[in-house]
Design a protein around this ligand. Structure first.
Ligand code: SF4
Ligand code: SF4
Length: 356
């Protein structure tokens, strides 16, 4: 394992140093402590929700009050260890007809599982020295404003693309939190914003999903459309999705901080060549059992076969040719209305392009 980016942990056997040192031993690239006080970005969340930018992600509005303070997640919480796990890896980014693209974070194992396991282990190790300490690991699915707490823990700033950016690690990083009922020495919050006059991410977004710096209308974002939307994807946005079938990396790929950031330390964890450029016809031809066998252990399983095949049809509608019509005609005969509808749409798009 290479040296951690932050090396604040010292040999002093105090709780804060021990916790950070354990975090780096677990392979996390960044680790910092934030006090478990009221979330300072809560008012941004409420105003974002009022505008309806969460779309079908009702779970955010339903539990909105819980985001206000981390005590909703752990009784008597005092401190939060925020960790970052870098997943940057280089892949062939070029779009190819008949192939679908997947966001980099989803090229390997499901990061939720990986981080939960590491945080659980971290807590167990910490409790060997501090057995009375109670804790809870959180990765994305609980009501915690993780990027805000990561900024407060000194890990980086929130960029105009709404991602947490670290000067060395960039933003291709998943975040995790370990909430503890123990007072720890907090890090200095990261108060500087290194985006400066850059607007590359805002300009590069194909669906114009940014309403301004740091304000994302998720209902237009390809990540939301391909992963969160369970129904038909709005017609006016389908063409802009291009060949993405699970997530989108564009507003991170163009960020200058990611051009010079260091690559992932645990390459094998984040790379499954099978998931880097998927053959869309092969995908359409997978029955339920084959789909499950191939993707059960991957992030794509979250959207299940009908969602991924819907996305595959749309990607083929945007990039496919005559050679893909047969597979789409077959998909149009599926029982699942979502697949039928998107296959019909794709056939129309290809035929119109080819003048058939
Ligand atoms: S992930 Fe893609 S669609 Fe979403 S905001 Fe970024 S560039 Fe736009
Ligand atoms: S692309 Fe530019 S504006 Fe966007 S997050 Fe990166 S540095 Fe900030």
């Amino acid at each position: 394992m290479r040296d951690p980016i932050f090396t604040k942990a010292s040999s002093t056997p105090d709780a804060t140093s021990l916790l950070k040192s354990l975090a780096f031993q677990m392979g996390f690239d960044l680790a910092g402590i934030a006090p478990a006080s009221k979330a300072d970005g809560f008012h941004h969340l409420t105003s974002w929700l009022e505008k309806g930018f969460q779309g079908q992600m009702d779970y955010i509005s339903k539990r909105a009050p819980a985001y206000q303070h981390p005590e909703s997640l752990l009784n008597n919480v005092r401190s939060i260890l925020m960790v970052g796990y870098n997943y940057k890896h280089q892949i062939d980014e070029e779009s190819k007809s008949g192939k679908g693209r997947i966001a980099k974070y989803a090229h390997g194992k499901d990061y939720h599982e990986v981080l939960w396991e590491k945080l659980d282990l971290l807590l167990q190790e910490f409790q060997k020295t501090f057995p009375d300490c109670k804790g809870r690991g959180v990765v994305d699915t609980a009501p915690l404003l993780e990027r805000d707490f990561a900024r407060r823990a000194g890990l980086g700033w929130i960029g105009k693309n709404t991602m947490l950016i670290n000067k060395k690690a960039g933003s291709f990083m998943v975040l995790g939190a370990l909430l503890l009922d123990m007072e720890l020495e907090p890090d200095q919050p990261f108060d500087f914003d290194h985006c400066g006059t850059c607007t590359a991410c805002l300009r590069a977004c194909p669906t114009e999903a940014f309403m301004g710096p740091k304000v994302l209308d998720a209902t237009k974002c390809i990540s939301y459309l391909t992963i969160e939307v369970k129904t038909e994807i709005p017609l006016e946005l389908r063409g802009k999705i291009n060949d993405w079938i699970f997530g989108c990396d564009i507003c991170q790929d163009v960020c200058p901080w990611n051009k010079k950031s260091i690559p992932a330390s645990d390459w094998n964890l984040w790379r499954n060549p099978d998931l880097e450029s998927i053959d869309l016809v092969e995908l359409l031809e997978m029955d339920k059992a084959t789909f499950k066998a191939r993707f059960k252990e991957t992030p794509l399983w979250r959207r299940k076969r009908k969602g991924i095949l819907r996305n595959a049809c749309i990607a083929l509608g945007n990039t496919g040719g005559q050679e893909h019509l047969k597979a789409l005609e077959k998909a149009r005969l599926e029982d699942e209305p979502l697949i039928k509808e998107s296959a019909s749409w794709a056939i129309e798009q290809i035929k119109r392009r080819l003048g058939l």
